[in-house]
Ligand binder design. Structure first.
Ligand code: CA
Length: 221
């Protein structure tokens, strides 16, 4: 049996783009619908994901984002033609989970949706346990053999990527995108420094397994 369908609301005043997005999402197995006004988006029942255009005819998209976030835990991906960094920062600060600049491909959009859904599954104070390791996502505390270890925000973010789905091979690029910036296009070399520090603090060098040329995963304990 397939899992329950994930619902996506497209908030987009350009009917051509909206139709294309809804079709693409439906083909990918999502239940999708669209509205053209910010006020309609705010009055709709909650969907799992909202794709939010920032340039709307009635309310500014940033404002819609802020109000949506205040009332619900829906995943918000801002979709816009505005490419300035200040807009991206503003949208993320107002609660957007991710940001896509037009034009973008459907494959990228689908990947972003999968990523926010993965992250969404572990919000809300969940505790991740893996062998002697315990990661509390709400308090951001990490314990190894019941002893708390102090991690920097980056180290915590890297560990969170791995501990969310122990055993899954997580690519270097995915870790960098999730732990640094959604739009990091630079080299992933910077990851190695933080990874080395994290391993040292965890105490057991075998806990994080390196898969050369691919990425990392949490080893079986
Ligand atoms: Ca628009």
């Amino acid at each position: 049996m397939s899992s329950p369908q994930v619902s996506v609301l497209v908030v987009e005043d350009d009917p051509g783009i909206a139709t294309q997005l809804v079709r693409g999402l439906e083909r990918a197995g999502y239940s999708a619908d669209s509205v053209t006004m910010g006020v309609e988006a705010l009055n709709r029942p909650r969907t799992d994901v909202v794709l939010l255009d920032l340039g709307l005819p009635d309310i500014d998209g940033i404002d819609v984002c802020r109000r949506l976030r205040r009332s619900s835990d829906t995943a918000i991906i801002v979709v816009t033609a505005r490419g300035e960094e200040s807009d991206r920062v503003l949208a993320l600060d107002e609660g957007a989970d991710d940001y896509l600049v037009k034009p973008f491909g459907l494959a990228e959009l689908l990947a972003r949706i999968r990523a926010v859904l993965r992250r969404g599954r572990v919000t809300g104070g969940e505790t991740l346990r893996h062998g002697s390791l315990m990661v509390d996502l709400r308090t951001r505390k990490v314990l190894v053999n019941e002893a708390e270890i102090a991690l920097t925000p980056k180290e915590f973010a890297i560990l969170e990527c791995l501990a969310t789905d122990p055993g899954r091979l997580v690519s270097r690029q995915e870790i960098v995108e999730r732990a640094w910036d959604e739009h990091w296009y630079g080299p992933t070399k910077v990851l190695d420094v933080h990874m080395a520090a994290l391993r040292k603090k965890l105490g057991d060098p075998a806990l994080i397994e390196t898969v050369y040329g691919h990425g990392f995963r949490l080893a079986d304990t």
